[in-house]
Ligand binder design. Structure first.
Ligand SMILES: [Fe+2]
Ligand SMILES: [Fe+2]
Length: 282
């Protein structure tokens, strides 16, 4: 209690510190936990599937193909993100139980990936395509429920809230570098450009790719440096624009000589001191 009271006057004296602290606090509070980020993704998949089903009911084959594509990419990005970020955490922090859960999840992902490969060769709008997509979504639903009900509720308390938020950021980052849809010239492009190619990439190789990007704290440092440079640039631009207008700087305006001059002559108008000095001499 005592240390809290001692801190308060310091914080209230420096409003900038208070503002920055509250912003950082607000940002930290608004960050999603890993559970929230994963659950949000699962819901996104269900939403795309609902859109697909609506298009199917209407018999709109184009819309079915579009929503099925969106859904397949979302599932692929999500699965790879979990394999890179979530399952290694379960293995690390939940001991034998974590290893078993992660193996089980990877096996279920493998089934889904095989179904995604299979869908690639089928025609949207066909009965085969629709039945396979329906079957895949049913097993995925069961898998997602396992993650929400068992895996993450075990993992989150084991790693703590801060690590959970950091993991959610890393999970988001892995998704950021994966395309959301196939490139039109897919067959001639590198693996990332096709869904099948992306899923065929070994997870170890994908993890290395994502690890070769700057870390969170490095990005923070770069952003701070950029902010500082922008501030410095703005200040020097302001200085130059003032000089161009021939307006003297504050220090110059408030020089002792000017003060004395003003006092003697009772000058109250604006304008440069040198200019007025010249008028007086003239
Ligand atoms: Fe999963
Ligand atoms: Fe998941």
């Amino acid at each position: 209690m005592f240390s809290r009271l001692r801190l308060l006057p310091h914080l209230t004296l420096n409003s900038r510190v208070t503002l920055t602290s509250s912003r950082t606090f607000a940002r930290a509070m608004s960050q999603k936990t890993l559970f929230e980020a994963i659950k949000e993704d699962h819901e996104e998949m269900y939403e795309y599937h609902d859109q697909y089903k609506r298009a199917h009911e209407k018999g709109d084959v184009d819309a079915q193909a579009r929503w099925a594509n969106q859904l397949r990419w979302e599932i692929a990005r999500h699965a790879v993100g979990e394999e890179i970020v979530v399952y290694p955490l379960m293995e690390k922090h939940l001991g034998e139980k974590g290893k078993k859960l992660a193996d089980h999840d990877r096996a279920e992902h493998q089934t889904v990936k095989e179904e995604l490969y299979e869908l690639e060769g089928l025609q949207p709008g066909s009965t085969e395509f629709d039945s396979l997509l329906t079957k895949m979504m049913a097993s995925l639903h069961h898998h997602n429920d396992d993650e929400e009900v068992e895996d993450l509720p075990l993992l989150e308390p084991a790693i703590g809230i801060q690590a959970s938020k950091e993991a959610a950021q890393s999970f988001k980052k892995t998704k950021k570098f994966v395309p959301t849809r196939a490139h039109p010239d897919a067959p001639n492009k590198p693996p990332y450009e096709t869904l099948v190619g992306f899923l065929a990439m070994p997870v170890d190789r994908l993890r290395d790719t994502f690890a070769s990007f700057p870390k969170e704290e490095e990005m923070k440092g770069a952003k701070e440096e950029l902010k500082h440079l922008v501030k410095k640039r703005d200040a020097s631009q302001l200085k130059r624009s003032h000089s161009r207008r021939g307006r003297p700087f504050k220090k110059e305006r408030r020089s002792k000589k000017e003060k004395r001059f003003k006092k003697e002559k009772g000058f109250k108008n604006k304008g440069g001191f040198k200019e007025r000095e010249a008028i007086q001499e003239g």
